[in-house]
Design a protein. Sequence first.
Length: 301
Amino acid sequence: MDKSLYLAPHAHEKDLLDELAHKGVNVLEARGRMVLAEGERDDVVWAQASFLGVEEIAVKSIGDAAKQLKARGRNWASFTVDHHRRAQLIQEQLPHYPVKEIPFLHPRPTVPMGGWTLWNPELVLASARTSSVYPLAEMSFLEDQVNPPSRAYLKLWEFFTCHAGELPNAGEHLLDMGACPGGWTWVLQSFGGKVTAVDKAPLEERIATLPGVEVLQESAFGLDPARLPKVDWFFSDIICYPERLLELVKRWHKHGVRKFVCTIKFQGPTDHTATQRFIDELGGRVIHQHHNKHEVTWYLL
């Protein structure tokens, strides 16, 4: 029987378990943030990291555990559910993986990142095939402490650095909905294209006057797509109910926009049904990024 381990983001264990139940995944055992389940799914949104095709490895000692892991791959990240000191001693015998702050758009590592946990003192659960090339999908960016008006820009930095298969170019028109105070606009204008920033609240002046930026101080929901020149990319970090965002996205998709990056924010309990509607009705993929909180990112490229 194929098995996988799913690691929930901090404080989102219930979201992970609810999503797995919603998708009909049989959970075998849950220990804190780590869930062991049947099958292999690479589309689990509320998994910070997914360990796919988990192998059960019987181990005789700390040295034996390290030896067996090294025989299966070079780079390993561990998450402990129990037996923390023993697991730490095993990890110390594995090759050291240097964790550095990531510059924006830095090339992704090409060597696979494995994941493992010590399920009991004589049993390691390990996967050489995880959902991220970064250890446990955790990352720290080399942040710009001066120019962006808020830390929301990190969500776009993470998306373009870690997930996007393509980037905006200087000849494209980018639409930033719900742009205030301007963190996403600041990122988008760095690609050199035209950025139309839409929000009823004003952007910070130093962002609004950046080259290539046009500001429309009005409601994103009231904006008629026919008013604007052809839009190539639609971005949204609007605070609204998922259903309202979906209707907005569908309107712009019907008008010819084909590239979307949107934050789906939850005003109350996580709505897995509403999240799935984005995929069912438009396609694309939903992920929970390291810099998301009680929200997820839907993208269609």
